[in-house]
Design a protein around this ligand. Structure first.
Ligand code: GTP
Ligand code: MG
Length: 242
């Protein structure tokens, strides 16, 4: 039987010191899977030369690099990576090793085995967690997560680590601005079975965070846009029934 294909999209901005450690760990971890796994790095012309380092890694690994002209945001980088991938299963993870590569098989296998259509790496499911976060970051994450609860039954809808059958987003217009694309996929995606797999979020290995206060504004805007989307859908359903 033909092996299924999986693309792991990694958005990068100034992550040179991380991807050189991350990419070998991904392939090591995924070697247990009966699937053709590839990595798609979407780099926004990182000044630290991440794009060039990624090109070097292409020599040893099944890796594709998409270069964009400048820093255009995480969500749009993920959308770009998904749209350029021809794989049946797509997913996303951060470049900074906060998402441990060792958890990847647990996220991908349920989709390969046709037990789930969408699998989220979850900090807030039983058994998951966050290694070291200052209290204010915990609080902001909890508030942002609570704001998303009316839209989904996922415990960690803000997760930046998730995999899905690509057909779940075929024809779906994704246009989240800024950081959080996962919530939009959860709300608009065409899937039946969602699964959350616990994992522990670690602090970034090296480099600086790109999470700025501006991203919180983007997030609130995204929530409003999703609420409007939901209301439009409910109205349309109601009209069809009348
Ligand atoms: N291509 C691209 N990638 C981005 C952009 N902003 C962030 N990223 C990447 O998105 C991932 C998540 O960003 P981080 O800065 O780690 O955000 P975070 O995990 O919420 O914050 P920390 O825990 O402090 O690291 C990383 O791989 C970044 O390099 C962007 O504008 N373009
Ligand atoms: Mg990070």
């Amino acid at each position: 039987m033909k092996r299924q294909t999986v693309s792991i999209v990694i958005p990068t901005y100034n992550e040179r010191g991380n991807i050189e450690k991350l990419v070998p760990e991904i392939f090591q971890s995924c070697s247990s899977l009966n699937a053709a796994v590839g990595v798609v790095i979407v780099d926004d012309n990182s000044p630290d030369g991440t794009g060039k380092a990624a090109e070097e890694l292409c020599k040893g690994y099944n890796l594709k690099v998409i270069h964009r002209s400048g820093k255009l945001g995480l969500a749009s980088a993920v959308i770009k990576g998904f749209s350029e991938s021809g794989s049946e299963i797509v997913g996303v993870m951060d470049a900074d090793l906060s998402h441990p590569p060792s958890v990847l098989p647990k996220l991908i296998k349920p989709i390969l085995d046709n037990e789930a259509d969408l699998v989220i790496g979850s900090r807030y499911a039983k058994g998951g967690g966050v290694e070291v976060w200052p209290w204010h970051r915990r609080l902001i994450s909890r508030i942002a997560t609570a704001l998303a609860y009316p839209f989904t039954r996922a415990k960690d809808p803000m997760s930046g680590l998730f995999f899905l059958r690509k057909r779940a987003i075929d024809g779906v217009e994704l246009n989240a601005k800024g950081y959080k694309i996962g919530l939009e996929v959860l709300v608009k995606g065409k899937y039946a079975r969602m699964l959350e797999v616990p994992y522990t979020f670690r602090n970034r290995f090296v480099g600086k965070s790109k999470l700025t206060p501006e991203e919180y504004i983007h997030y609130l805007r995204n929530i409003i846009t999703l609420a409007a989307y939901r209301i439009r859908r409910i109205m349309r359903k109601k009209q069809r029934r009348e």
